[in-house]
Design a protein around this ligand. Structure first.
Ligand SMILES: CC(C)(COP(=O)(O)OP(=O)(O)OC[C@H]1O[C@@H](n2cnc3c(N)ncnc32)[C@H](O)[C@@H]1OP(=O)(O)O)[C@@H](O)C(=O)NCCC(=O)NCCS
Length: 173
């Protein structure tokens, strides 16, 4: 039987993969997540500081058994002075895309954040052309909230975004 998809903290051996997926390799990042080269040493610095797990956000590996599939992350946002929520992100290796792992990774991250933090709302945004991410979010229980016109600059053009959220009460049984 196949190992289940799981999330786990980032280990030192994982950092090269994170560097490739985020700003280190256009092919690894994929069309919708390539914004140009970034400092890949940042991963080592941030990992050495707190293992990529802090009060204002974090990063976890998406794995299946020993196989590394990619990463999920979250960061704190404060829409009002008395509330905060998380905005999440995901990047899977090219070979791991299109097998349902992204949908499952979103489900696991939402469950993790609602279990271990008191937030009421988790947000995610993606480019209007990124159909795989939109479908993965919807299948994981997110609601499409609307179009963000010209919100992101990528590859020489301003791009529309689509905003999603899931509330704790959406998932209550
Ligand atoms: C976006 C991403 C997380 C989606 O995860 P995934 O594992 O590839 O997606 P899944 O296999 O769970 O598929 C989810 C849905 O998207 C559809 N889908 C998958 N790849 C697709 C593609 N290239 N084009 C259109 N639809 C696609 C699937 O068919 C499925 O929908 P369905 O059940 O209606 O058929 C993953 O592809 C990825 O990491 N891409 C590169 C980085 C990225 O774009 N991150 C998000 C930035 S906001």
């Amino acid at each position: 039987m196949d190992d289940p998809i799981a999330l786990r903290p980032v280990e030192e051996d994982d950092l090269a993969m994170l560097g490739d997926l985020v700003g280190g390799d256009p092919d690894a990042a994929g069309e919708f997540s390539w914004y140009g080269w970034t400092d890949r040493h940042q991963w080592h610095r941030r990992w050495a500081e707190n293992g990529l797990l802090g009060d204002d956000g974090g990063t976890l590996m998406v794995v299946r058994g020993q196989e590394r599939l990619g990463l999920v992350n979250w960061r704190r946002k404060s829409p009002t002075p008395t509330a905060y929520c998380w905005e999440i992100g995901i990047a899977l290796a090219a070979r791991a895309r299109g097998h349902g792992y992204g949908t499952e990774a979103h489900r696991l991250l939402v469950r993790y954040l609602f279990a271990h933090t008191p937030v009421h709302r988790i947000e995610a945004a993606t480019e209007a052309g990124n159909i795989a991410e939109q479908r993965a979010l919807e299948k994981a229980g997110f609601t499409r909230e609307g179009l963000l016109r010209g919100i992101g600059w990528r590859d020489g053009a301003w791009r529309d975004g689509i905003w999603f959220s899931v509330l704790r009460t959406d998932l209550a049984v």
